[in-house]
Design a protein around this ligand. Structure first.
Ligand code: NDP
Length: 457
């Protein structure tokens, strides 16, 4: 029957993806989730099968050597990557990640997710991602600068404000973007304001960009709660991570009257039953952004706080056992497994929205969906970062800068729009409340229409 045709075609595409790169498990995981959602779309549009075949293959994969000299005078060599996955609706756009775990599989999964995320924002941005297996932890400013400069000495020839616009991600914040922008400007001999986003304010950065992913995540979660007639007021929230996304998610939860009770880093997690208030969040921001310390120091500073060291697996060793109403995983991929999802459900979790990319394993997602907990995939709920990067690009093109309030209002409106788009799309296919399905299908349809129009390229 028709349905079996669609399923068979999708299965064949997935099998080919696995056969081509058998070791790229994170990439397979991301592709599988999207392809599963597309079955009813393929039934309706059999002509999109050839689009799906092409959408799982990156347009370009750049892999390069990054040599640099450390403070001791020794030569170090890292691997740099840029995946230009899909440029059907705009210049490639997506962050750069500097972390020892970076490899082609992780970057391909991230770049693939980015295609649909960027499409969902409604802004004209294609999907890309890049980075290096460089570990900025413990490196001096000089070492980080020399690494960033060497990285850009190769990357610059592949990017540009109308071609590919990288931003930050794990391990790449304002400092790294500044060093890379400086080297790009020197090599290109042009002030191309829009070539990178997440820039400092003094050279073309947008207000609210640092806050955008975390704020946007909470705006999205606010809309999810509203579908159940609930709000953040008095709601207990578990947050993992203590980096850029986690910090500003925590700040926005506080603005909306919620009570964040946990945060973490790769060394372990803190539990603050009375809630992380403004003073405690300021301490965490200073600890992480300026002193670059470990979260365990927080428990030494404040009373009534417990610290639990991380085990090898899972990454946050018990954090998801805390009794909360809302969960916001904001650290890294696959940090919340099926067993942990069951603990959250047993504690009557209402909603979970992914701040990180793919932090929930497929087993965890299944547990949430089967139990009726509201679950938002990162490609919808953490799209506020890239959306505000899009707003930064607009301001660079206009040679104007909008006020904090203007950017924040646009971000809020975009998140509401993404929520409603995912929600309504799921409803249209009788999958009401299934944000995974809604986000994948809504994101894909726009890409498919553009790719169809462009012919076979
Ligand atoms: P940061 O580097 O600022 O923070 C990452 C946080 O997660 C840190 O607390 C870090 O701990 C922790 N972490 C990272 N890797 C691991 C690990 N393997 N195990 C345990 N903890 C870990 O990154 P961001 O906040 O920018 O990014 C977090 C997530 O959000 C990523 O998945 C990223 O792709 C996603 N994201 C980010 C966007 C952005 O605008 N920045 C946009 C959309 C998604 P430690 O300090 O010990 O390493």
């Amino acid at each position: 029957c028709k349905n079996m045709d669609a399923i068979d075609a999708i299965d064949a595409i997935y099998d080919k993806v696995v056969a081509r790169d058998p070791n790229q498990t994170e990439f397979h995981q991301a592709v599988k989730e999207v392809l599963e959602s597309l079955e009813p779309v393929i039934e309706e549009h059999p002509e999109y099968i050839s689009i799906v075949e092409r959408v799982v293959e990156p347009e370009r994969l750049i892999h390069f050597r990054v040599p640099w000299v450390d403070d001791a005078g020794a030569v170090q060599v890292n691997r740099g990557f840029r995946i230009q996955f899909n440029g059907a609706i705009g210049p490639y756009k997506g962050g750069l990640r500097f972390h020892p775990s970076v490899n082609a599989s992780i970057l391909k999964f991230l770049a693939f997710e980015q295609i649909f995320k960027n499409s969902l924002t409604g802004l004209p941005m294609g999907g890309g991602k890049g980075g290096a297996d460089f570990n900025p932890k413990g490196k001096s400013d000089g070492e980080v600068m020399r690494f960033c400069q060497s990285f850009m000495m190769e990357l610059w020839r592949h990017i540009g404000q109308d071609c590919d616009v990288p931003a930050g991600d794990i391990g790449v914040g304002g400092r790294e973007i500044g060093y890379m922008f400086g080297m790009y400007k020197r090599l290109q001999n042009e002030f191309q304001g829009g070539v990178l986003t997440g820039k400092g304010r003094s050279y073309g950065g947008s207000l609210i960009r640092p806050e955008a992913t975390g704020y946007g995540l909470v705006y999205f979660a606010r809309e999810m709660l509203a579908t159940k007639g609930k709000s953040f007021e008095g709601t207990k929230v578990a947050i993992s991570g203590s980096g850029n996304v986690a910090q500003f998610a925590c700040e926005k939860v506080l603005h909306l009257g919620g009570i964040p009770v946990t945060m973490s880093d790769s060394s372990g997690w803190i539990h603050v039953p009375a809630g992380i208030d403004r003073e405690k969040l300021d301490y965490i921001m200073d600890l992480k952004n300026n002193r670059r310390g470990r979260i365990s120091e927080f428990a030494e500073k404040f009373d009534g706080v417990t610290f639990t060291a991380a085990g090898p697996e899972p990454t946050v060793n018990g954090l998801w056992g805390v009794n909360v109403d809302v969960a916001l995983p904001c650290a890294t991929q696959n940090e919340l497994n099926g067993e942990e999802a069951k603990m959250l459900v047993a504690n009557e979790l209402i909603a979970i929205a992914e701040g990180a990319n793919m932090p929930c394993t497929p087993e965890a997602v299944e547990v949430f969906q089967e139990s009726g907990v509201l679950f938002a995939p990162g490609k919808a709920s953490n799209a506020g970062g890239v959306a505000t990067s899009g707003l930064e690009m607009s301001q660079n093109s206009l040679r104007m800068s909008w006020t904090r309030e203007e950017v924040d209002a646009k971000l809020d409106a975009i998140m509401v729009n993404i929520h409603n788009n995912a929600y309504e799309t799921a409803k249209k296919y009788n999958r009401e409340g299934d944000y995974v399905f809604g986000a994948n299908v809504a994101g894909f349809l726009k890409i498919a229409e553009a790719m169809q129009a462009h012919g076979v390229v």
